[in-house]
Design a protein around this ligand. Structure first.
Ligand code: F6R
Length: 606
């Protein structure tokens, strides 16, 4: 949510900043801006995309130090004026900010009473004014930034430059990510390694409360009380090529199509055919500890939460431990009872979702044992948890999550297998699950060959004003995720219900104008699901069935048949046609597939 890039070194900063912003555009895309320092500050900022910004940055926009920003509005509508960077009145200080300053109104009123004139409606502009007031007398820019941040309540990742100190950038983090990139006689900083990997793979993640001073020849980091901190650089294994569309028209289609490989990567080295177990070294738990939990509580937001529902089902079925999933955004606010015999599992693709991070921190404060299922190595949630499973799905760029969703479900299958095999899951059932997991990548390949048919169906249903998604038990999270994908990328209204609940109310909505996508696996609930289809058809509803066999034409208008796996693992495969359905519906409706309106990836605000 909002992307920050900073550069100091021997090269021209503007092209590096613009390229970095392009990579971060998934974090926010309503406005963008850059400022460089070259005998004073030169700034350009516009409402719109990074491409619109690039179009107004002149060729002679020289300066070897600068900061840039791509915005997802919180305070003030998207506009040229509200776009970042924000300057102090004397144009000496420039600031870009990701996060929310909660006491901005109060600070603004005080500054205005003292003569400050504000140009924008943003919370960020107060920072530029506050820093400018102390920078003259401060020993360093870092000292002035630290003094300003002490007055701020809220979250921030910030980057600041001072026209009178043209050799340094100061960055600081509290709740919104900042990663430093270490180059050859040059330094970078960004909200995400995506903006850095083209230039360096050596990175340092700032912790909350830390501040860093970047100069061309290196960096220093400090705690909130100005003590120098020692940081070991990490080497990231994601490459610049991972962030390209790879010949696909959209990142979303690329990421859907990558799933045979990404699922294989999540499984790699983790399946044991001898004992039919999963090797998950990152859990940091021995068998005795793994046996000690009496409950599993899973938290995550949005699609991560829905994959957690699949996870809860897998753990309950395979390990017979009572398990449930809850939105992290709700969990953190309801003062949850934290019990020593409960295993908590936090899910996050980005590892930076603020609601999930705050829930993890609340759990840790109360002594909870928390595992993370995270895609981004070294991210805030990955660093906060006691252990976990990395997805190894590679960077997910499209705002709508797809490959991280399936890899998370696969990671849960591994966790369920592990917890099951230290309990009562038999070797025979263990073997069945291991074989099922090994079959997934090939079966996903098969599902991807259905794309032309799915495209045709998406075209047929895309002009519906609203769609219903239903599934029972294992199929219900699949239906929820299917509805979520359709809503977010095509803007078609979609409801998801347990098929069993339809007759308790929502059946009133069903008619020819509201088609239903029904998830109908060949499991012990098949007959119940077919009865539901009959009830929908009897009310004039159209049905697209996604399941394991061709449907009776009296029960479904259309049918998508996917390969069968073990019943516990089928939800993973059943989710994939729904991703393609949402993608093609969005394309048919001419939507901005990778950057849907109003959204951003990596929601680092509350
Ligand atoms: C939906 C989507 C979101 C994310 C959610 C959590 O397609 O992408 O619902 O799943 O914002 O994000 P992470 O997994 O980064 O914590």
């Amino acid at each position: 949510m909002c992307g920050i890039v900073a550069y100091v070194g021997p090269k021209d900063a503007a092209p590096i900043l613009l390229e970095g912003l392009q990579r971060l555009e998934y974090r926010g895309y309503d406005s963008a801006g850059v400022v460089v320092s070259n005998r004073g500050l030169k700034m350009r900022k516009v409402k719109g995309r990074v491409a619109d910004l690039a179009a107004v940055v002149p060729a002679r926009f020289k300066g070897t130090l600068g900061i840039g920003h791509t915005r997802w509005a919180t305070h003030g509508a998207p506009s040229d004026v509200n776009a970042h960077p924000h300057l102090s009145a004397d144009e000496r200080i420039a600031v870009v900010h990701n996060g929310i300053i909660e006491n901005a109104d109060e600070l603004r009123a005080k500054l205005e009473a003292d003569g400050a004139v504000f140009l924008s409606e943003t919370d960020t502009e107060v920072l530029a004014h506050l820093i400018a007031r102390t920078v003259e007398d401060a020993e360093s820019l870092a000292e002035a930034v630290r003094a300003a941040l002490k007055r701020v309540v809220g979250t921030y990742g910030v980057a600041v430059i001072d026209a009178q100190r043209p050799g340094e950038v100061v960055v600081a983090r509290n709740g919104s990510p900042i990663v430093l990139g270490i180059g050859e006689k040059e330094m970078f900083a960004a909200s995400d390694v995506a903006a850095l990997v083209r230039y360096t793979r050596q990175v340092v993640h700032l912790e909350d409360g830390e501040l860093a001073v970047l100069k061309a020849d290196g960096f220093n980091t400090f705690s909130s009380d100005a003590r120098e901190t020692a940081k070991e650089p990490l080497t990231v294994d994601w490459e610049a090529g991972h962030y390209d569309t790879g010949g696909y028209e959209h990142y979303l289609l690329k990421e859907i199509s990558e799933q045979p490989e990404t699922v294989a990567r999540t499984l790699r080295g983790r399946l044991d055919d001898r004992f039919h177990i999963a090797h998950l070294g990152g859990l940091n738990m021995d068998a005795r500890e793994s046996r000690s939990f009496r409950r599993v509580k899973i938290i995550g937001c949005g699609s991560a939460y829905y994959s957690g529902q699949i996870g809860a089902q897998l753990i309950e079925e395979l390990a017979r431990i009572p398990s449930d999933a809850e939105p992290a955004s709700e969990f953190r606010y309801r003062s949850p009872v934290v019990e020593p015999d409960t295993l908590y599992v936090a899910i996050s693709q980005s590892g930076e979702t603020y609601d999930t991070l705050a829930a993890v921190q609340e759990l840790k404060r109360k002594g909870g044992r928390v595992l993370g299922i995270v895609n981004t190595v070294g991210s805030a949630i990955a660093r906060e948890v006691d252990g976990g499973v990395y997805l190894h799905a590679g960077p997910e760029v499209s705002v709508a999550s797809t490959k991280a969703f399936t890899s998370t479900a696969v990671a849960f299958a591994l966790l369920a297998l592990h917890l099951g095999r230290v309990r009562d899951l038999s070797p025979a059932d263990g073997r069945r699950v291991v074989q099922g997991l090994r079959a997934l990548p090939g079966q996903i390949e098969e599902i991807l060959t259905l794309e032309p048919r799915i495209k045709e169906l998406a075209g047929k249903y895309a002009d519906s004003p609203s769609m219903m998604f239903v599934g029972r038990v294992r199929g219900y999270p699949v239906a929820r995720e299917g509805a979520q994908k359709l809503k977010e990328v095509s803007y078609v209204h979609a409801e998801a219900y347990p098929a069993s609940e339809l007759k308790h109310g929502p059946l009133a909505l069903i008619g020819p104008e509201m088609p239903t996508v029904a998830i109908v696996p060949d499991d012990e609930l098949l007959d119940k699901n077919l009865t539901t289809l009959g009830e929908i058809r009897a009310r004039g509803g159209r049905v697209l069935m996604v399941g394991h066999r061709e449907a009776d034409p009296r029960l479904a208008d259309d049918c998508l048949v996917v390969p069968r796996n073990e019943i516990e693992l089928d939800p993973i495969l059943l989710s994939i046609p729904l991703q393609l359905f949402a993608y093609h519906a969005a394309v048919a409706l001419g939507r901005d597939v990778d950057k849907p309106r109003n959204l951003a990836k990596s929601v680092t605000v509350e």
